[in-house]
Design a protein around this ligand. Sequence first.
Ligand code: NAP
Length: 498
Amino acid sequence: MSHQPAVATKMSGEMDKPLISLHLVDSDSSLAKVPDEAPKVGILGSGDFARSLATRLVGSGFKVVVGSRNPKRTAGLFPSAAQVTFQEEAVSSPEVIFVAVFREHYASLCSLSEQLVGKILVDVSNPTEQEHLQHRESNAEYLASLFPTCTVVKAFNVISAWTLQAGPRDGNRQVPICSDQPEAKRAVSEMALAMGFMPVDMGSLASAREVEAMPLRLLPAWKVPTLLALGLFVCFYAYNFVRDVLQPYMQESQNKFFKLPVSVVNTTLPCVAYVLLSLVYLPGVLAAALQLQRGTKYQRFPDWLDHWLQHRKQIGLLSFFCAALHALYSFCLPLRRAHRYDLVNLAVKQVLANKSHLWVEEEVWRMEIYLSLGVLALGTLSLLAVTSLPSIANSLNWREFSFVQSSLGFVALVLSTLHTLTYGWTRAFEESRYKFYLPPTFTLTLLVPCVVILAKALFLLPCISRRLTRIRRGWERDSAIKFKLPTDHALAEKTSHV
Ligand code: NAP
């Protein structure tokens, strides 16, 4: 059974053209009549989703009939090409009917059971988080239990009414589809294609719960990296507060609380960016060390290391975000009143001390090199961030991608280290910098990156590098260690990510 009209078949291959073809749009910019031979699709419900769906279906060459409890009230909200009528009439002729009502109202549709015998019902519903936890059975399975003579297909729930109306974009084109009946699934998949979406087969209706959970997720891959970045920010901010604000207040009676919004934030951000960047490369070093120690690559990494390896992209992007904010804050530093007063006060001091020319050659050089290294590090980080975008990453082959992410990323780490070292210069050795006996913040941030850089340098030694390469090509130190499938099935499905 194919529901794909001629217009629709053409559309799927011409994604660059507008989905709503001009000849279908009447002078009121609502949608005009579609050809009589176009396949008919039913929609139950006249809400936001139903309206957007009807508009997209009409624009894709389908005939649409909408079933409402009150067609008179709602007809004006639909394109003129869509027929809006009572529910009983709307479901009588189409083979495919979209159920665009909420789960709690499914039971009110039971009066239509007779007319719905043998039809395909498309469940587009999304449960709330609470409903998802409350019901073990998915909305689609519940609908199937109410209408045992129908075939239920779960689809389109991940697409918002707005996306339906505005047209699919690269990022949100995928429509997961599942059903127990392959024919019904194929029919709905063809409709999705005709509307410009990309159907993704999710198997039987038992997967509906998983499909319904998809829109409930809130950036799952970002949770741990964001918490990590926030945790680092709070720790470094507190540390800098104690050193730059509390210490002068308590020991020198100076009020430096004005530094809290800009200055302390700007001292904290590079620390977070730098440590995060080193945390992108640390798991790779640990994984290599583990492989060297085990003498094989055929043993799973511990779960924590596996998860860490999987989150490197998000940690790297957060590092770039903090570094970019640091650059912006640094540009703003001279705009602050405090900075202008400091400059004037310094000039007055100069005059009073009868000094006409203030020029410390070493400081001038330090600042020039420090700034240049910072700009280079940020530039390299920007490259890494851009190449992690799916559209750019997909245009690179594996070697190009790993060169940018691994080699250039390491260059960014080295540049950031040099940037930090030129910032510190001799400050780590000056007693006055140890406020409350606390070492300057930059000395703390150097710890992890230096370990990573040293370890990477160590792995470059020919004896170690050769051994690591052999292990990664399948060589095993101990012939007694043989590749074994884990007995635990869940473990067998997991893969290590280096
Ligand atoms: P809505 O604006 O509240 O529309 C729901 C429609 O259900 C009403 O307009 C009503 O139409 C109909 N309905 C049928 N029987 C009903 C009854 N007994 N009581 C109350 N209403 C009844 O909701 P919506 O945003 O269009 O969402 C509809 C479905 O699409 C939901 O399951 C939702 O999870 C899903 N969805 C929505 C979006 C979105 O962006 N809005 C995205 C994905 C999925 P009549 O009064 O004309 O009968």
